[in-house]
Design a protein around this ligand. Structure first.
Ligand code: AHR
Length: 672
C-alpha cells in the first residue's frame, strides 16, 4: 500500500515535467504511473555529526607550471638569469657567442656572488643598437589580450658608453609588434625602471623583444612583465581567471605548496618557506622537482621563482575564505627520489622552520617573523590553524622525525592542529604501519593519498564506514581517478573518472565524522607544460577551464551543508548497488536539505525519495551533471560540455519523485 501511494504520487509529480538536462533527452511527461526503481529515505533526525567547514578544499602544488607559468602572472621566464643554465628562456637572434658581434652585441651572465640568495645578473654589451636584439620566450609563449594594459619593469645600471633607452616590444610569431614601451636608464647605480603599455591584439604565443638605443654596456636584472588585470588588481599578482576558478569552488582550505616539491629530490632542494618571503628579488630560485621527474615529459626549463611564496599563499587563502594549510618538509627528501634523511641530531633547523612559520602566520608584529609578515603588508595575523608535517613520507624514519616536530609544536603552540601522513598508498604495509603508529600517538589528522582506477573509486564508497570514530581524523589530501595508470601521460579527465569520484565522495560525506578535509590532486596543468595528468584545471596562456572532475568538486564544495543526515534504501546505506550512491546533509545556515545522488549505471533510474521527520517546502532545485559518453571531456573549445544544469522538481507530501539519468550526478535542494 505504501509503495502504491508512492507510485501514484511520483506519477503526479512527473506529469509536471520537472526534469531537463543538457546532453540527455528530456524525460517525457505522460499520465501513466511511473515505475519506481528505487525508494530512498532521508531521515531528518539529528545525527549529531557536523560537516566540517574544511571538508572540501584545494591542494596546490607547483607542478605542471601551476605557479610559474600559471597562477603567478609573471610572463618573463628566468627574469633574473638565475636558472642553472642562466640564459634559459632568452635568445639573441643576431648574436653569436663565437664572434665579437660588432654588428649587434652580446649578453653575458655575471655571477657576482655565490653567497646570499641572488647570484647573477646580465651584462649587455650593445655594439650596434641597430642590430642587437634580446628575446624572451615566456612560458611556452606569453598570452596577451587586445586592449589590456601590461606593466614592464627592469632593474638596470649603466656601466659604460651611453645607452639612453631600453625598448620592450611584445611581438607575435611573425615579429609583428603588438605593443611596446620604453624606459630611459639614467644612472650607473642599480635602479628600477617601470612603464605601462597597451597591447593591440590578442595572441597566445607572444614573445618579448628587447632592444636598446645607444651603445655601451648596461647591467640588467629582474626583467619583468605582468598583466595589470590580475586577481584583485594586485601589482605583480596572480592570474585572475585561474584564481576565479578556485574561488568559485568556495574552498574550505588551501593546502600548499605540495606535494613532492615540499620534500625535494634531495634535502638541499627541499622547499624552504623562509626563502619565499620578503622582497621578490631576494627569493632564491630553485629548480622545480618536476623538472626531470618523468623521462616522458622532461621540462628542463621548470624552476621556482617563488614570486608565489608563502605570504602569497596565505593571502590567497584569506581572499578565498579558506583555511591556510601549509605542509612542511620533515627532514626526508622525496622517498620516490633520493629519500635522503637528515640525521636526528641535525633536525633542529627543520623543526625551527615549523615554529617560525607559525610565528610568521600568527605572531604579533613585535616578533621577528610577525614583523616580516607586517613588513610585507599584513600586520594582522593570518590565523593559521593547521600545519602539515611531511608530505607523503613513510616508514619508521618518518614516525621518528614526526614525533620531534609534534613535541616541539605542541609545547609551544598547543592550539595548532598537526596533519601527519600515511604515505603514498591507501593500503599496504607502509599505510598500515603509518596508521598504527599515528593512532598510538593520538595523531589529530592523517593525510591519505590515492591515485586509483575509476573502478576503485566506485568500489570504495564505503572506505571510511569502518574507520574508528575515536581515532585520528582523515585528510583525504590527494586523490584522483587514473583512467590508465598512476601518472600515465595517457590519463584523461573524462566523465568516467569524474563520475566515479562523485560516487566515492558520497562516502566521504557520509563519513564526515571521520573525514574532515578532502582535496583532488593535482590542481592545475598548463596544456603545453604539464608533467602529470589528470589535473583538475587545464589552462594555456590565455584561457582556462575546469574539467568534469572540477565540476564534481565544485558541486560538492558549493553544497557542503553543515550537518550530516542519514539516507538509506531498505535501511541500508546506498553505496553502489545497481550503480546508485547517495548522501544527504542539511544546511543550518540556509535551512536546506541537500541530497546528492550518483547513478553510475547505464540506465535511467526512477527514484522516490521520502523525507522523514520534518516537512519540506515544495520547490526542489535540481543540479545535474550527466553524459552518456563516459570518455567525454571538457576542452578549451567546449569548456562546459560536462557541467551542472539546473532544473526543478516538486516535493509532494515529503516525497520527491525524480528520474536520475544514466551516468549522472544530481543534487536536490529543498528548503526545510
Ligand atoms: O599530485 C602529484 C604528486 O602525487 C604529489 O606531488 C605527491 O604528493 C603525490 O605522489
Amino acid at each position: 500500500m505504501k509503495n502504491m501511494t508512492r507510485v501514484l504520487l511520483l506519477a503526479l509529480v512527473m506529469v509536471l515535467g520537472f526534469y531537463s538536462c543538457k546532453n540527455q533527452e528530456e524525460t517525457k511527461a505522460d499520465d501513466s504511473a511511473i515505475e519506481i526503481d528505487r525508494e530512498l529515505v532521508v531521515s531528518m533526525e539529528d545525527t549529531g555529526i557536523k560537516i566540517q567547514p574544511t571538508m572540501y578544499g584545494i591542494f596546490f602544488e607547483d607542478i605542471n607550471f601551476a605557479a610559474d607559468g600559471g597562477l603567478y602572472a609573471e610572463m618573463i621566464k628566468n627574469r633574473s638569469f638565475e636558472f642553472t643554465l642562466p640564459k634559459t628562456g632568452w635568445v639573441e637572434p643576431n648574436s653569436d657567442r663565437h664572434s665579437y658581434n660588432n654588428e649587434s652585441g652580446f649578453l653575458s651572465v655575471i655571477k657576482y656572488s655565490e653567497e646570499g640568495t641572488n647570484h647573477n645578473f646580465a651584462r649587455v654589451e650593445v655594439k650596434n643598437d641597430e642590430g642587437y636584439v634580446l628575446i624572451n620566450e615566456g612560458f611556452r609563449g606569453m598570452g596577451v589580450n587586445e586592449g589590456a594594459q601590461y606593466d614592464f619593469s627592469v632593474d638596470a645600471a649603466k656601466r659604460s658608453g651611453d645607452i639612453q633607452k631600453i625598448k620592450l616590444q611584445v611581438i607575435d610569431s611573425l615579429d609583428n609588434v603588438l605593443g611596446e614601451t620604453v624606459v630611459s636608464p639614467d644612472s650607473d647605480s642599480w635602479k628600477t625602471y617601470e612603464s605601462t603599455f597597451k597591447v593591440s591584439k590578442t595572441e597566445m604565443k607572444a614573445r618579448v623583444k628587447i632592444t636598446f638605443e645607444g651603445e655601451g654596456e648596461i647591467d640588467l636584472d629582474m626583467i619583468s612583465l605582468f598583466p595589470q588585470d590580475t586577481w584583485k588588481g594586485r601589482k605583480k599578482g596572480l592570474r585572475k581567471d585561474l584564481v576565479q576558478l578556485l574561488d568559485d569552488m568556495n574552498p574550505g582550505f588551501l593546502r600548499f605548496p605540495g606535494g613532492c616539491i615540499v620534500e625535494g629530490r634531495t634535502l638541499a632542494r627541499r622547499y624552504q618557506w623562509k626563502k619565499t618571503v620578503g622582497d621578490i628579488e631576494d627569493r632564491e630560485i630553485l629548480v622545480n622537482r618536476w623538472n626531470t621527474e618523468f623521462a616522458h615529459r622532461p621540462t628542463p626549463d621548470y624552476y621556482q621563482s617563488f614570486g608565489l611564496g608563502f605570504f602569497e599563499y596565505f593571502q590567497l587563502s584569506e581572499d578565498m575564505g579558506a583555511e591556510p594549510l601549509p605542509i612542511l618538509g620533515c627532514g626526508i627528501a622525496c622517498q620516490f627520489n633520493t629519500g635522503e634523511l637528515v640525521p636526528m641530531d641535525e633536525l633542529d633547523p627543520y623543526v625551527q622552520d615549523a615554529l617560525d612559520l607559525i610565528e610568521f602566520a600568527n605572531g604579533d608584529t613585535d616578533t621577528p617573523w610577525g614583523q616580516v609578515r607586517a613588513d610585507m603588508g599584513h600586520p594582522e595575523p593570518f590565523n593559521m590553524k593547521y600545519i602539515g608535517i611531511g608530505n607523503e613520507q613513510w616508514g619508521p624514519a618518518y614516525i621518528e622525525r614526526y614525533k620531534v616536530f609534534e613535541e616541539a609544536i605542541k609545547s609551544k603552540y598547543p592550539e595548532i592542529i598537526i596533519v601527519s601522513g600515511s604515505g603514498p598508498f591507501p593500503e599496504g604495509d607502509y599505510f598500515e604501519y603509518g596508521w598504527e603508529q599515528l593512532k598510538q600517538m593520538n595523531a589529530e589528522i592523517v593525510d591519505e593519498h590515492y591515485y586509483k582506477p575509476p573502478k576503485w573509486f566506485r568500489e570504495n564508497a564505503d572506505r571510511y564506514d569502518s574507520y574508528d570514530r575515536n581515532g585520528p581524523k582523515v585528510f583525504a589530501g590527494e586523490y584522483a581517478a587514473q583512467t590508465v595508470a598512476i601518472a600515465s601521460p595517457d590519463n584523461k579527465n573524462n566523465w568516467e573518472s569524474a563520475l566515479s569520484e562523485a560516487a566515492f565522495m558520497t562516502g566521504l560525506e557520509r563519513n564526515a565524522e571521520v573525514v574532515h578535509l578532502t582535496s583532488y590532486a593535482p590542481l592545475m596543468a598548463h596544456a603545453d607544460g604539464w608533467q602529470w595528468t589528470p589535473d583538475m584545471i587545464w589552462f594555456n596562456n590565455l584561457e582556462s577551464f575546469g574539467t568534469p572532475n572540477y565540476q564534481v568538486q565544485k558541486m560538492y564544495s558549493t553544497n557542503p551543508g553543515t550537518d550530516l543526515l542519514r539516507i538509506t534504501e531498505n535501511g541500508d546505506k546506498i553505496i553502489g548497488e545497481g550503480g546508485l550512491y547517495a548522501s544527504a546533509v542539511k544546511d543550518n545556515n540556509t535551512n536546506e536539505l541537500i541530497i546528492k545522488v550518483v547513478n553510475t549505471s547505464d540506465a535511467v533510474q526512477n527514484l522516490s525519495i521520502l523525507v522523514e521527520g520534518d516537512s519540506t517546502q515544495e520547490n526542489v532545485e535540481v543540479l545535474t551533471m550527466a553524459m552518456d559518453d563516459l570518455q567525454a571531456e571538457n576542452s578549451f573549445e567546449d569548456p562546459l560540455k560536462i557541467s551542472p544544469n539546473g532544473s526543478s522538481a516538486t516535493m509532494e507530501r515529503n516525497i520527491l519523485g525524480v528520474t536520475i539519468p544514466a551516468q549522472a550526478f544530481s543534487i536536490y535542494k529543498v528548503k526545510i
